[in-house]
Design a protein around this ligand. Structure first.
Ligand SMILES: [Zn+2]
Length: 185
């Protein structure tokens, strides 16, 4: 089993609704991008009012979701566009359930759960390669996605191991959410 240091959260930047998008994402990754399978390890999607956790690439295999961090991470895609929508309670709780399960199994602490845009923070702390920064400068998982709240919730169940990383991520995200109207347009 490969070593997993981070769980990275993404959004699909598409509308979640009455049809399953997961297989369309898989099809796009395989047929258009010519990847061997869908890039993410897990998906979270709402279908006819119910929220599902969907299987992507096996976690023992290297995923394709964040350049510079694929070999040592797991990628979760929450279907929806959180630049426009707010993450609903159902999906938030399903995501927390999945995160807690993975954190327990892989012995990961809350500061190891990041949003795609927070790759930037890792480069600032020399924890990730700056060469991939341009590929990872995005709002993903969306300007409304509450990464600080998710990590805060996780920190009540799981011990923070790198408190500096936790602190920097939390303040980056608060700032990010506060400045979102002007920061990334
Ligand atoms: Zn992303």
């Amino acid at each position: 089993m490969r070593k997993i240091d981070y769980i990275v959260i993404h959004h699909s930047a598409t509308l979640d609704g009455e049809t399953f998008s997961w297989e369309a994402i898989r099809k796009y990754h395989i047929e258009t991008l010519k990847w061997r399978d869908i890039g993410y390890n897990f998906g979270i999607e709402k279908y006819q009012g119910k929220t599902f956790i969907l299987a992507g690439r096996d976690i023992s295999e290297i995923p394709a979701h964040t350049s510079g961090l694929n070999t040592n991470s797991i990628g979760i895609c929450v279907v929806g566009n959180y630049d426009n929508e707010i993450l609903d309670l159902d999906k938030k709780q399903t995501l927390l359930f999945l995160l807690k399960t993975l954190m327990y199994l892989l012995d990961l602490s809350p500061e190891r759960v990041i949003g795609h845009r927070e790759y930037y923070v890792l480069t600032q702390l020399n924890l990730a390669d700056k060469r991939y920064l341009s590929e990872n400068i995005k709002t993903c998982p969306g300007v409304n996605f509450p990464m600080h709240e998710i990590r805060e919730t996780l920190s009540k169940k799981f011990k923070v191991k790198n408190s500096n990383l936790f602190k920097v991520l939390q303040s980056f995200d608060r700032e990010f959410l506060a400045k979102r109207k002007v920061f990334w347009v």
